[in-house]
Design a protein around this ligand. Structure first.
Ligand SMILES: Cc1cc2nc3c(=O)[nH]c(=O)nc-3n(C[C@H](O)[C@H](O)[C@H](O)COP(=O)(O)OP(=O)(O)OC[C@H]3O[C@@H](n4cnc5c(N)ncnc54)[C@H](O)[C@@H]3O)c2cc1C
Length: 388
């Protein structure tokens, strides 16, 4: 079982419990998720095998507190789960990652009733959760959103389009940010739980993407969707603050995904260079190749330490979490792009083909520099929150 909530773990060492968790997730990922990773990518289909295996092992939403039937895993344990799944299949790692992203607004700001109603089914594996912030015209400037929620008696009526929503259509529950007071910009945005079955909810066609092809990304259409007022998460006007607070914690899960993708590529390349022979010897014997592997491992370890430090800060909700969350996501995703690109290079022409997994890993790595805020946006966030 996942490591239980524990704010005291060492910043730079994982505990025995975390190590055991890693070992068991790695075993599960290699046995039950890796065999389908290439097919899921090739066919652009949802990794149902991964969802089934993660639910059976109670690893699909480990962050859900025990009080609501969850494993109550701490932030580092959640990172480890995502990292190990991403090491074999980045698309599948979006199951635990986006379950946290979608539901964290409820965990952080929801009423007891909302928590009991929505976290229980998530913990049981009966429902997944998506997060609906972005819109066609509001990406980096998310506060410029147009989706509206208008109060009508004891309900709100939602209208608008949310774009790029991960796991849309598969998830039962959606945290939707919508404008309740257009005069107040970010302070006039509120968050709601919308259910897939609510009348007026529908989905666009899956996007045709460069990578993470097994993770459905679709538009969510809200056409006069009427929800009870008690589905609002927190007070009216606090939705944008909740959305940003959520990202402080969940950018660390994207860093984890980046670490896993990079580790998968490094592991593959490390083995390959011992098998491939040129000039009468293994290419691993060339110093030029050794130095590339050394750089890849060095950058990856630096990214891992920063990510684990950020996870410790997430667990304790430290004052400098915003900086660390952005820094971990930005640094680890840049490292994942570099390491996967170098892995393709180390496999030469073979690396450029779909017969080997490293080109998939390189394509999958790219998204980690874009979502939950582009790396330019992370730099804006860091610059505004520099450590003292
Ligand atoms: C596969 C995928 C899954 C996603 N999943 C979700 C999801 O589940 N939920 C959700 O809400 N969103 C999701 N997103 C949306 C994602 O978070 C946005 O795509 C991202 O925030 C960037 O917004 P944009 O695409 O509109 O780019 P834009 O904001 O249009 O940016 C275009 C370029 O301009 C740069 N730029 C913009 N403003 C500035 C600035 N001030 N300074 C410097 N550079 C700037 C950006 O860095 C970028 O390089 C997903 C996106 C993708 C592609």
């Amino acid at each position: 079982m996942a490591a239980q909530g524990n704010a005291d773990f060492d910043l730079f060492r994982t505990s025995e419990e975390h190590d055991m968790l890693r070992e068991s997730v790695r075993g599960l990922a290699e046995a039950k998720i890796a065999p389908f990773a290439a097919e899921v990518d090739e066919q652009g289909r949802f990794p149902q095998e991964a969802l089934d295996a993660l639910v059976a092992a109670d690893l699909h939403a480990v962050h859900v507190p025990e009080a609501y039937g969850g494993a109550g895993a701490d932030a580092l344990a959640t990172v480890i789960v995502i990292e190990e799944v991403a090491r074999v299949c980045a698309s599948s790692s979006l199951i635990p990652a986006v379950n946290k992203l979608g539901s964290l607004p409820v965990v952080l700001s929801g009423s007891e009733e909302l928590k009991a109603k929505y976290l229980g089914p998530l913990a049981k594996g009966d429902a997944m959760f998506s997060y609906c912030l972005s819109e066609p015209e509001a990406g980096s400037d998310a506060a410029g959103m147009k989706t509206k929620a208008v109060r009508d008696g004891d309900t709100y009526v939602l209208n608008g389009v949310k774009r790029w929503i991960t796991n849309a259509g598969v998830s039962e529950f959606y945290t939707v940010m919508a404008v309740t007071d257009p005069e107040k910009r970010s302070k006039g945005i509120s968050a709601f739980v919308v259910e897939k079955g609510d009348e007026g909810v529908s989905f666009g066609a899956p996007e045709k993407k460069l990578g993470i092809k097994g993770s459905p990304t679709r538009e969510v259409y809200l056409d006069n969707v009427r929800v009870p007022a008690d589905r609002m998460i927190g007070e009216e006007g606090t939705g944008f603050a909740t959305a940003m607070k959520t990202l402080d914690h969940t950018r660390i899960t994207i860093a984890a995904q980046a670490l896993g993708i990079a580790q998968g590529a490094l592991d593959y390349a490390k083995n390959y260079v011992h098998e491939r022979r040129q000039f009468g010897k293994a290419i691993a014997d060339f110093q030029g190749v050794q130095f590339m592997l050394a750089d890849m491992a060095m950058k990856l370890e630096a990214a891992r330490q920063l990510t684990y430090a950020a996870a410790a800060k997430s667990e304790r909700v430290d004052g400098d979490l915003t900086f660390f969350g952005a820094a971990a996501k930005c640094f680890a995703s840049d490292v994942a792009m570099e390491v996967t690109t170098d892995a393709v290079q180390l496999l030469g022409g073979y690396g450029y083909t779909r017969d080997y997994p490293v080109e998939r890993m390189m394509r999958d790595a790219k998204i980690t520099q874009i979502y939950e805020g582009t790396n330019q946006v992370q730099r804006i966030v860091m610059a505004r929150n520099l450590p003292r």
